[in-house]
Design a protein around this ligand. Sequence first.
Ligand code: ADP
Ligand code: MG
Length: 278
Amino acid sequence: MSTRTISVCSWKGGVGKTTTSQHLAHALVRAGKSVLLVDLDPMHGLSTSCGIRRPERSMTDVFEARFNLADVVVQSADGLRIVPADTTLAGVERALQNEVAREQFLKRFLEGVSYDYVIIDTPPALGILTMNAFMASRGLIVATDSKFLSLEGLVLVFDSIQKVQTRLNPDLQILGVLPTMFTRTVHARECLEETRSFLQKNLGRAAVFNPIPYTIRFAEASTAGRTVFDYAPDFEGAKAYESLAEEVIRWATDGSLCVEASTSSTEAPPSIDSPAVA
Ligand code: ADP
Ligand code: MG
């Protein structure tokens, strides 16, 4: 199988992009796939969540042609392979402004590696780094916290993605929207419905993945540089990311796209920390 490259994006920070990149990667590895994570955010949350601080080599070295991408890969405590980032990546974003074909760099770097999946964690804006991720990717997962204001952000994200598809990368597919930090509230459920109808109208399919429940365990695991899979394998958050990985594998195998989350998603999934407000 040729490598499938997927970016996780949103124009808002703190919505679970990094958590999603890391947990999707680990779920795919647990399903027997080879996976490379790429931290493309100068805030380097993915590297930190994988327990990698002040890496000796980073994505900056690749952009500045000191090392090939394959020579920068390190392993997390969970055994995930990652190209780490640090804050110097912000300087790369500025330097790229004046480059010819500035959106194409990452795509070329990735030509030198062979994995079943490459998962790219992006910064929360459509800058040149995110454009590099979009040009290198076949699939996009749009993360959204399940809040009403985030719906407006979703409209902007879709607008940008559609421009990228028509002008630069017609192969780019929106795999679906992933509601994260989902609580047992009327508000969250209404947001889910709004997201569904927005997608039905704009994409022709209600491409909403099974929501990821809100729980402090994600933050706890990332503090330890781990995912929740070994730490709390049976809890709903781990299962929700397994279900996302299954959808991704289905797409990679036969091209089928997320149409609708499982029927249970209209009911809020079990959530450990949130109050059971109906
Ligand atoms: P982003 O990459 O979009 O900025 P992160 O993945 O870093 O977002 O998540 C922001 C914070 O929220 C982190 O502390 C993370 O541990 C926490 N978090 C992520 N997903 C969840 C969730 N489903 N429930 C509760 N907290 C979460
Ligand atoms: Mg992040």
